[in-house]
Write a protein that binds this ligand. Structure first.
Ligand SMILES: [Zn+2]
Length: 495
């Protein structure tokens, strides 16, 4: 089992459970902030000791005492929560003698201790990312130092691991009734969606729950259950193609008018998807709501309410978009085994303000991410075309490049050979042809069923979408049911 996937359900908690969930979110935030406080204080102590010229041993000791790793942070928090600094009370005896009783953190028994452990682990992760980024060990965008988390009416989350004691899992599905999730300390909470698929996978040992993250959204509570699952059934996987077979690529053009246009080299359009209306109409509503927020007096109750309305609107649009993107990516990976995506410089386009919203709505990056991992599960292939390949401006029939093509030209008309073709389809056909031409050199590039791009100039990242290491061969056909492909789209309601 080597496939990690997530099932996301909408929670339907009772009033008491909502209070308990909110308490856990608060406890996670508190633990994170307290771990950060302990860490910063220890660092400060080390620095002042060094500046004051104390002896070297003491300075070294102070340096080693700074909690950096997740283990040391969790240990520091656990030591602190029973200490006098976390809570104490004064007792005066009849004889008039006052003494201090150390109580520790008064409410520590009310919430699950796992929540603070996971919060400490998150902080450790954040600190090591920051340290690696600062020392240059980590490439990419620089990572900022972890900051204190603010208390907010919505948002926030906490995480729990699935612990198995004497054969009993601490996180269970359908314990009480089919549509429910049981969490330690909180008990059985109802969920809105059907959990049958996940229950069946667990019952037949094709899935194992690793952890659950509970999130407070702007409108509802969600639970994301991460599972380790068996590979997809061979029947839904794409058959491996021969090493010298370079055909069958389908280009996927991610456009602004139609979200996705897919086409093959011979000019056949295999898929055309329009983005749902709400993403366009939602912009008007968003503007109106944002205006309404800015008109309200700062710090007033009305402003808070207006901001909540805006937040709910954003969350609704986000959910709709995510649901839609899953549908589109599923449709693509189920019908095609070889897909070519363009490498769009998304940040470059986003800096063009007139295009920014349309591109953001289309959520290209997210779509590419979904296509890539889903194709990997199905043993298909995804190739990203070279960034400098002019898929839109090239004629898909004769290869002539038209440098003056503008965005409003919806049809590609070639001045050289006279081809008239839909602009997005023209780009998709070019991508398909690009992949066929660039996967020809495969003599020494074949690895486990994947095709490597031989052209060094075409430096686009190539994803050899084959099963990961350690997943092992399929011993029996039928060990996974054909419909076990992650979260069903129905499980993420659009609105
Ligand atoms: Zn032409």
């Amino acid at each position: 089992m080597a496939r990690h996937t997530t099932f996301r359900f909408c929670l339907d908690p009772t009033v008491e459970q909502t209070v308990a969930l909110a308490r856990h979110v608060g406890a996670a935030r508190f633990a994170y902030n307290q771990c950060l406080r302990l860490h910063l204080d220890a660092r400060e102590h080390h620095r002042t000791l060094g500046d004051s010229g104390a002896d070297a041993d003491a300075v070294d000791q102070a340096r080693d005492a700074v909690p950096w790793s997740k283990f040391s942070l969790v240990n520091a928090f656990n030591r602190w929560k029973v200490s006098e600094a976390a809570g104490r009370r004064f007792l005066v005896t009849r004889g008039g003698v006052a003494e201090v009783e150390v109580t520790g953190l008064a409410w520590r028994g009310v919430v699950s201790a796992q929540v603070s452990e996971e919060a400490g682990a998150d902080l450790g992760h954040g600190l090591s990312g920051w340290a690696a980024s600062r020392s240059g060990k980590r490439k990419g965008r620089s990572i900022r130092h972890p900051r204190f988390k603010k208390k907010t009416p919505t948002g926030g989350s906490f995480r729990m691991r699935n612990k198995i004691t004497r054969g009993y899992a601490s996180i269970r599905i359908g314990d009480d009734q089919p549509r429910s999730v049981t969490l330690p300390r909180i008990g059985s909470i109802r969920v809105r969606e059907d959990t049958r698929r996940l229950r069946r996978m667990i019952a037949t040992r094709r899935a194992r729950i690793l952890q659950a993250t509970i999130t407070r959204g702007a409108r509802r509570w969600w639970i994301s259950i991460t599972v380790e699952a068996a590979d997809l059934h061979l029947a839904v996987q794409h058959p491996a193609s021969g090493a010298d077979d370079t055909t069958g690529w389908v280009g996927v053009d991610r456009g602004l008018h139609a979200l996705v246009v897919a086409g093959t080299r011979d000019g056949t359009e295999t898929l055309r998807v329009q983005a749902p209306k709400i993403l366009a109409t939602g912009v008007r509503r968003q503007r109106r709501l944002a205006r309404s927020v800015s008109r309200k007096k700062r710090g007033s109750a009305n402003r808070r309410k207006a901001a909540a309305r805006l937040g709910r609107h954003h969350s609704r649009v986000r959910d709709t978009r995510q649901h839609f993107l899953h549908q589109v990516s599923n449709q693509l990976v189920k019908t095609q085994d070889r897909l070519v995506l363009e490498d769009l410089n998304i940040t470059g386009i986003m800096s063009n303000r007139r295009l920014a919203r349309a591109v953001g709505d289309a959520a290209w990056g997210e779509l590419a991410r979904q296509i890539t991992y889903k194709q990997q599960w199905r043993n298909g292939q995804v190739v990203v075309a070279d960034r400098w390949f002019a898929s839109s401006k090239t004629c898909s029939s004769c290869g002539q490049v038209k440098p003056d093509l503008i965005l409003s030209d919806r049809t590609y008309t070639c001045g050289h050979c006279g081809l008239v073709r839909d602009r997005d389809l023209n780009a998709a056909v070019n991508l398909a042809a690009w992949a066929e031409d660039h996967t020809r050199t495969v003599e020494n590039g074949v690895g486990r069923g994947g095709v490597r791009v031989g052209d060094r100039q075409a430096a686009g990242p190539v994803i050899n979408a084959c099963r990961r290491d350690g997943s092992g061969p399929h011993i029996r056909v039928g060990e996974t049911s054909p419909d076990d492909a992650g979260t069903p789209v129905q499980a993420a309601p659009a609105a």
